[in-house]
Ligand binder design. Sequence first.
Ligand code: DX5
Ligand code: ZN
Length: 214
Amino acid sequence: MKTIISASLLSADFSDLGRECDRAAAAGCDWLHFDIMDGMFVPSISFGGPVLRSVAKISRIPVDVHMMTVEPVRYIRRYAELGASRITIHAESTDRLADTLEGIKLCGIKAGVAIKPDTPVADIEKFIPLVDMVLIMTVEPGFGGQEFMPRTLEKIRLVRFIAEHQGIDLNIQVDGGINAETAPLVREAGANVLVSGSYLFGAGDMSAAVASLR
Ligand code: DX5
Ligand code: ZN
């Protein structure tokens, strides 16, 4: 499976966001990862619809939305209209997971389901056939620049095993603490979509940093 690199804008310089989006695309990133935080599901507040509209309008690569909000169903139609190519929602953020995932697909975009480090794979197993991508958080969601949690590797292996067993061509995304040292570990475990924020945007040479993750 080809490795997809999704650059997390949370670590970009927001005073020059257009240029940061261009820089990520020019460096060879496949997607832009857009973290929406509401201050409820996670402690921090990041950005929402108005910023998504601007980013999606100028981005040369697909915008991969990661929603860290309670009851994401309230926003999915709007974010799809604003230009999200895919929306990933947290299993812990709603009691209406299946309906919300179907709602995302009805908007004509790809749906993903995410789990925090302490949420077992068993909680999402029955939803795997409904999604294009499973996001295994490799840090506690909410902040960039945290250290990768090795205990999440087992969950990546388990999701890849389940997908292969069911004959599903599933994207497995990892997010948090991904750099040149941790990328080989998650790829070996079965992840094929690597989100990286502080490592990529903090690199002197972003192209070299992207290459080091593949
Ligand atoms: C954290 C976000 C991540 C974050 C990753 O909740 O979901 O996308 O930007 O940042 P790094 O790559 O710095 O760990
Ligand atoms: Zn994210």
